[in-house]
Design a protein around this ligand. Structure first.
Ligand code: DCP
Length: 131
């Protein structure tokens, strides 16, 4: 399972998407992504999922420090990425928004992020503040 921490062109904000399902995660914000298909690299999977879900082309960079075990079969990995083309549109999500370091911290503190994704908040906040 791949998630993207997608940076905007100014390098100061990342993209969050609000989940529509399942009910226990609906309304919470996540780093958008999806599952790799057989024969796909992580990078290819992330590029395909973000094109399908949000209509954007991204350049995929390094992996963030932490991994999250979601279940026996599912490990969540996050990769830093940058928008190359397209304007993000919520095709499968309820909404999308760009957040800076402060907004990301606040959403996390308020419990409005998908629980798994909170592990990346310290690293993301540090990287965004450095920008
Ligand atoms: N997940 C998460 N944080 C993310 C992305 C996903 O915690 N940034 C979790 C939520 C789900 C699981 O991963 O429990 C699968 O996510 P999705 O439903 O988004 O994945 P797919 O859309 O690929 O799954 P499917 O189409 O099979 O439902």
């Amino acid at each position: 399972m791949l998630a993207g921490a997608i940076l905007d062109s100014s390098g100061t904000r990342i993209l969050l998407a609000r989940r529509a399902r399942p009910v226990e995660l609906a309304g919470l914000w996540e780093l958008p992504g999806g599952k790799a298909e057989v024969g796909e690299t992580d990078e290819e999977a992330l590029r395909r999922e973000l094109a399908e879900e949000l209509g954007i082309a991204v350049g995929v960079e390094f992996e963030l420090r932490d991994q999250v075990v979601l279940s026996d079969e599912l490990v969540l990995i996050a990769r830093w990425a940058r928008v190359i083309a397209g304007e993000p549109t919520a095709r499968e999500h309820q909404a999308v928004r760009w957040v800076d370091a402060e907004e990301l911290s606040t959403l996390c503190d308020e419990g409005r992020l998908v629980p798994a994704d909170t592990v990346w908040v310290p690293e993301l906040v540090a990287r965004l503040r450095r920008a």
